[in-house]
Design a protein around this ligand. Structure first.
Ligand code: NAD
Length: 318
């Protein structure tokens, strides 16, 4: 990657990925784009363009203008939001993706887009879910993600586009808020722990889902994009995960730092149903073997850092 264009750059992943890639590749070599603008570090520290990914011409023109050789396509509607507006999800997630793939094909760009554990469904084996297994999701987001994985494979086999992708679990971070996913509770819980020493979870106890700290997710994207293509058997949609937990486990880790922390439940049936259709834990062996995936953060280390950084955000520590 020498010159990289990123769509959906002001979201939870883009807000941190852009800054990390600008440190590595150069500030003028990472072009951030989004449908909206906010006065944040991403906009203020390097090139930024307003681009709606459903507008194929606008996406093509901006990529050509900046002579990008890589596209990181992040613009999407996430699982819970997609369930409340399935047609909009189809339009943004599928038309946006195929527009970005077409630009990559026309301009010869390397291509990355994330899939998700949402690409699995209720008939997928739940524990240590294999890289290659049953994928019959029952959510619009899941349908989009499976179709997206197949589409990225298709552009590689048919047109030789260097497509690569990861099936991300729930991502936990403190810079930008999560964008409407089913695993957002695992971010909110840290904010509420710091602010009020209590949290009401919309996910029921004993519901296990895979998770990963943002620092590990960013390293995974960059390592996969820089990996030797000859070693990749699963180009798109590598399973990656760092931990799997349920609400009581994250609460008890928080209590090691905030002993009075209280967890209660008010379960949201929509997000609970989505969570129950996903695996309890996935197997990342293919990612480790084919390009050296490694996660540094477990629940203990992530909790220490999240509590510290969220406290700093609210000026609760010096
Ligand atoms: P997000 O919701 O935080 O950000 C999405 C960004 O896309 C927003 O900044 C939004 O303004 C922008 N956007 C919306 N419509 C657009 C359009 N028409 N044109 C251009 N930009 C538009 O999402 P995120 O968490 O950063 O996720 C990025 C990708 O990673 C998505 O494909 C998502 O499915 C995937 N993913 C995320 C997670 C997670 O936990 N965050 C987990 C698995 C997979």
């Amino acid at each position: 990657m020498k010159k990289i264009i990123v769509t959906g750059a002001l979201g939870q992943i883009g807000s941190e990925l852009i800054m990390k890639m600008r440190d590595i590749y150069g500030y003028d070599r990472v072009i951030a784009t989004d449908i909206r603008r906010t006065e944040c570090d991403v906009v203020q520290t390097g090139p930024f363009e307003i681009v709606d990914v459903t507008d194929s011409k606008a996406l093509f023109d901006v990529t050509k203008k900046h002579q990008a050789d890589s596209i990181i396509h992040l613009a999407a509607l996430l699982s819970a939001t997609a369930e409340s507006n399935p047609l909009h999800a189809w339009h943004l997630n599928m038309d946006g993706l195929i527009n970005a793939l077409e630009v990559a094909k026309e301009l010869g760009c390397q291509f990355f887009t994330p899939s998700s554990i949402g690409a699995f469904g209720p008939t997928t084996p739940k524990d240590n879910t294999a890289q290659d297994t049953i994928q019959r999701p029952t959510t619009m987001y899941g349908v989009n993600k499976v179709a997206g994985e197949l589409l990225c494979d298709y552009y590689y086999y048919k047109y030789g586009v260097d497509t690569r992708g990861l099936r991300f679990p729930g991502l936990i971070s403190y810079v930008a808020p999560p964008g409407g996913g089913t695993t957002d509770y695992a971010v909110e819980i840290y904010y509420e722990a710091i602010k009020h020493a209590r949290y009401t979870s919309y996910i029921a106890p004993k519901t296990y889902m895979d998770m990963m700290y943002m620092a590990d997710a960013l390293n995974a994207i960059i390592t996969l994009m820089e990996a030797d293509a000859a070693k990749l058997k699963h180009r798109n949609s590598f399973n990656v995960s760092a931990m799997s937990f349920e609400p009581e486990e994250i609460a008890s880790e928080i209590r090691k730092h905030i002993p009075m922390f209280k967890l209660s439940y008010d379960v949201d049936p929509v997000r609970q149903r989505i969570a129950e259709s996903w695996p309890n834990s996935i197997d990342a062996t293919a990612a480790r073997q084919e390009w050296g995936f490694k996660a540094e953060y477990d629940l203990r280390k992530m909790t220490e850092e999240m509590l510290l950084m969220v406290s700093a955000k609210f000026n609760l520590i010096a």
